[in-house]
Design a protein around this ligand. Structure first.
Ligand code: SAM
Ligand code: DTB
Ligand code: SF4
Length: 334
């Protein structure tokens, strides 16, 4: 039965109040998160937009550009990933890029309007000799006046400290899905391994970028479980990427039932309400989303995107197309 306006109003007051008071130790219960996901769509996006407006400029979107600095040949078995050496995909194992190549890409990203440059490597964890190269990349990209981000797999405390000293601003390491579903997707590293890396990143005082993927064949309960984990971190991630699975030929998840994009918007909305101060990134999957869906995501509280023709190995809308969308929506970019 439809909620009465009074109920919607009271619910909105409850959740918006809770969002606005979310401090370090504010916990979200599974029931509250479930309640949000199960709301009528319009009530949910209305609430999410209210929280968004209370915490951010609703007409500004942050632009991050990705570059794969080491592609393919990865030892892990993440079921969604074309870069795993275990699956037969079109992605080849290529050596790490040179610092010059990375700087060239970063300059182009800056010129196109990105404020952050994210360097991704297909590693289980970095070796010291590779980390030394990445540190040089971080120093050089930062010198261009860009924020720096890296995603290199698992880190220990010492490695996180080294990256911090090199000037790294953000580290991306996703939880991907709920603890319950995780084992169906990845067997070569545990959920706890991921939480440990995130703790090392936090201890090194690097901003945390941590989110997940939807469309993996998970249940609603798993999406609730993912948000529950993210929103209840002792300190919420500064950046929360929500990826829609890009299905790649040769990966185990190729052929998974297509995800309802309105449920993607629900996930963005619940992330926004439960993590009111975090940048929520509309991440992989934009290539298959119509402008209307992306616009709904911005309304529901997404305020960051990956910007540039390529993600790591798969496509992303081109810059002209994105610029046109920003213009049509009067969005300013940061
Ligand atoms: N190798 C590092 C690691 O996994 O920790 C860093 C790079 S990895 C590609 C970063 C994240 O990209 C994954 O955790 C996953 O959330 C996302 N990702 C990878 N392949 C994807 C796909 N096909 N569709 C959507 N997201 C994907
Ligand atoms: C994140 O959450 N999404 C990005 C980034 N962090 C590293 C990666 C998306 C990868 C999509 C598949 C590919 O291009 O290989
Ligand atoms: Fe390797 Fe990262 Fe791909 Fe997993 S997601 S297979 S760790 S590159």
């Amino acid at each position: 039965m439809a909620q009465s306006n009074v109920d919607i109003h009271e619910d909105t007051i409850h959740f918006v109040k809770k969002s606005n008071s979310t401090g370090k130790n504010e916990r979200w219960s599974k029931a509250e998160i479930s309640d949000l996901f199960n709301k009528p769509f319009n009530d949910l996006i209305f609430m999410a937009h209210k929280v968004h407006r209370d915490n951010f400029d609703p007409n500004a979107v942050q632009l991050s550009t990705l570059l794969s600095i080491k592609t393919g040949g990865c030892a892990e078995d993440c079921g969604y990933c074309p870069q795993s050496a275990r699956y037969s995909t079109d992605v080849e194992n290529t050596p790490i890029l040179s610092v010059d190549e990375v700087v060239k890409s970063a300059k182009a990203a800056k010129k196109a309007g990105a404020s952050r440059f994210c360097m991704g490597a297909a590693w289980r964890k970095p070796k010291q000799k590779d980390l030394d190269i990445v540190k040089d990349m971080v120093v050089s990209v930062k010198a261009l006046g860009l924020e720096t981000c890296a995603t290199l797999g698992m880190l220990n405390n010492d490695q996180a400290g080294q990256l911090k000293d090199a000037g790294l601003d953000y580290y991306n390491h996703n939880l991907d899905t709920s603890p319950e579903y995780y084992g169906d997707i990845i067997s070569t590293r545990t959920y706890q391994d991921r939480l440990d890396t995130l703790e090392h990143v936090r201890n090194a005082d690097i901003h945390v970028c941590c989110g997940g993927i939807v469309g993996l064949g998970e249940s609603l309960d798993d999406r609730i479980g993912l948000i529950l984990q993210l929103a209840n971190m002792e300190e919420q991630p500064e950046s929360v990427p929500i990826n829609l699975l890009t299905q790649v030929e040769g990966t185990p998840l190729m052929g998974t039932e297509q995800f309802d994009q309105l449920d993607f918007i629900r996930t963005i909305s619940v992330a926004r309400i439960t993590m009111p101060k975090s940048f929520v990134r509309l991440s992989a999957g934009r290539e298959v989303m119509e402008d209307g869906i992306q616009s709904l995501a911005f309304f529901a509280g997404a305020n960051s995107i990956f910007y540039g023709e390529e993600l790591l190995t798969t496509g992303n809308p081109n810059i002209e197309k994105d610029q046109l969308l920003f213009k049509r929506l009067n969005l300013k970019t940061i």
